[in-house]
Structure formats: C-alpha cells, structure tokens
Design a protein around this ligand. Structure first.
Ligand code: NDP
Ligand code: 8X3
Length: 257
C-alpha cells in the first residue's frame, strides 16, 4: 500500500464539496495539503480545522485555475517545503446552465471550458514536470459520468468532461515510461454546491436535482480518490465510476416521490 503520511497533496477546488472532502480525507491519512481555490476565506477555515483536528498541516493558495499566468507563477513560487507535490487532485470545476445548445449562453460555455478543461491543463502543466523530475507522483482527475454519456441540456458541460477523460487517457500514455500514475474518478449525482452554482443560486431548483433518491455525498467520492492514491506503487487505477444506488446512468434514476 502507498502510505500517504507526510506526502504533499495539491487539491484544486478545495473550498467546497468534493475538493473539501478530499482535503479532509487526505489529511486524515497524515498527508500535508495544499488547498487551492478562489474563496480563500473558506480555505483558511478549512486549514484551521485540519490543523485543529488532525496531525498534519495545510497551506492555502488563492488561485483561479483559469488564469494560466497565475497558475504557473503561484506554483513556481510555492515555499520550498511545499514544492514537492506527490499527489495532484484536479477537482476544480463547474456546470453552468442546463438547456439547448442553440439557446446557450456563450459566457457559460467559456467559463466551463476555461475552468474544467483549460484550468485542469494549466495546473497539470505546472505540477507534473516536478513529479517527472522526482520520478514520483500521482495525478487524480475528477471527471464525471457526464464524460461517458451526454444528457439533454448537458451539451457543453458533458463535452468538458469528455475532454477530461481524453486528457486523462492521453496523459497516462505520455507517462507510461515513468513511475507516475494517472487516475480519474467519475461520479454521478453528488449532493454538493454543484447544482446551486449550475443554477446560479436557485437553491430550490438545485435541491430538485437530488429529490427522491439518496445522492452520493462528497465523502463517497473522496473515498474513491483515497482508494486510488493508496494502492501499491505498481498498481494504477485507471478509472473509478460511481453512482448512487438508484442511479444507473446519467439518464436513468429511480426516485421516490
Ligand atoms: P462545488 O461547487 O461544491 O465545488 C466546486 C469547487 O471548484 C469549489 O471549491 C470552487 O472553489 C472550485 N472552482 C470553481 N471554479 C474555480 C476556478 N476558476 N478556480 C479555482 N477553483 C474553482 O462542486 P463539486 O464539489 O460537486 O465539484 C467538484 C468537481 O466534481 C467538479 O469538477 C465537478 O464537475 C465534478 N463533479 C461533480 C458532480 C456532482 O454531482 N456534484 C458529479 C460529477 C463530477 P471557488 O469557487 O472557491 O473557486
Ligand atoms: C455532474 C453530475 O450528472 O449533473 O457531473 O452531470 S451530472
């Protein structure tokens, strides 16, 4: 098994949902956590709570993954004791809107593509060279079942997650002659702030997404991430797809009404 004690883990989108749950889960394995997101106040409170409750440390980074220049300079400027990143969790992402492409909001498309695809690429480009130089590292991308099967109204969001799937597979090929590992964890419905963001603060509409079934919680996804990260060094989990028990695919759910 790979022991995560004192390993350095960089998590994007650690201020909420799956990223926050991953931070807590890695910290409980004794890892040191680099917490990145835009809402630094949330990251500070998370860092405090990790420092209080667990025998580890966290470092907060205010980062908008869409800003290529900031991603590269922030990662270059990490303090020496935080530079050797062992695990990168590319989690920052969002959906915006749910409607027909020909009615689509182009600014939504730009934000999704800039965050989910280009942001993931910028962070990967900045972090992976150090991993290659040290011959050690694991990249874990958070994809989605939306990257396996499109659904009505999901058009551009699904396309970004298909892109994450292609990038993950391509990266695994690029690194095949190294000890680095590349995994993707692809959940179905997870009850986080995802739908509140997607529907731009409409909490009631967001709650209907999860109505009548027990959705995954962020910790369920973090469990899968930890499973990938703790396999022995010669075992590379390519992909974990997980859904709530009452979700069979993006389009097939059973709900109690
Ligand atoms: P949340 O909305 O709870 O969390 C999203 C996180 O992404 C926040 O921490 C947010 O931080 C961060 N983020 C968004 N934009 C940026 C940016 N430009 N720069 C840096 N950080 C950013 O949603 P989830 O936890 O559910 O989503 C996490 C990932 O899981 C996403 O990639 C999503 O696509 C994926 N996913 C979610 C599913 C679900 O049903 N919830 C299912 C399948 C996959 P901040 O706003 O502070 O910057
Ligand atoms: C987010 C979950 O099913 O709305 O990836 O696409 S879903």
């Amino acid at each position: 098994m790979t022991n995560l004690r004192n390993r350095t883990v960089f998590i994007t989108g650690a201020s909420s949902g799956i990223g926050e749950a991953c931070a807590r889960a890695f910290a409980s394995e004794g890892a040191r956590i680099l917490l990145a997101a835009r809402r630094v106040d949330r990251l500070e409170s998370l860092a405090d709570s990790l420092a209080d409750g667990m025998d580890t440390e966290a470092h907060v980074i205010e980062l908008d993954v869409r800003d290529a220049e900031a991603v590269s300079s922030t990662i270059d400027a990490l303090p020496a004791e935080w530079k050797s990143i062992d695990v990168l969790v590319n989690n920052a992402g969002l959906g915006l809107g749910l409607g027909k492409l020909h009615d689509g909001d182009i600014s939504h498309w730009d934000r999704m593509i800039d965050t989910n695809v280009k942001g993931l690429l910028y962070v990967s480009r900045a972090v992976i060279p150090g991993m290659v130089a040290r011959s050690r590292g694991h990249v874990i991308n958070i994809g989605s079942i939306a990257g396996h099967e499109p659904y009505p109204g999901g058009n551009v969001y699904c396309a970004t997650k298909y892109a994450v799937d292609a990038i993950t597979k391509g990266l695994r090929m690029d690194l095949v002659d190294t000890p680095l590992r590349v995994s993707t964890v692809d959940p179905g419905l997870v009850e986080t702030e995802f739908s509140i963001v997607r529907f731009e603060g409409d909490v009631e509409r967001a709650s209907r997404v999860y109505e009548g079934l027990e959705a995954l919680c962020a910790n369920d996804v973090a469990d899968a991430v930890i499973y990938c990260a703790t396999r022995p060094a010669h075992v590379q989990i390519n992909e974990i797809v997980l859904t709530p028990t009452n979700q069979a695919s993006a389009l097939v759910t059973s709900r109690k009404t």
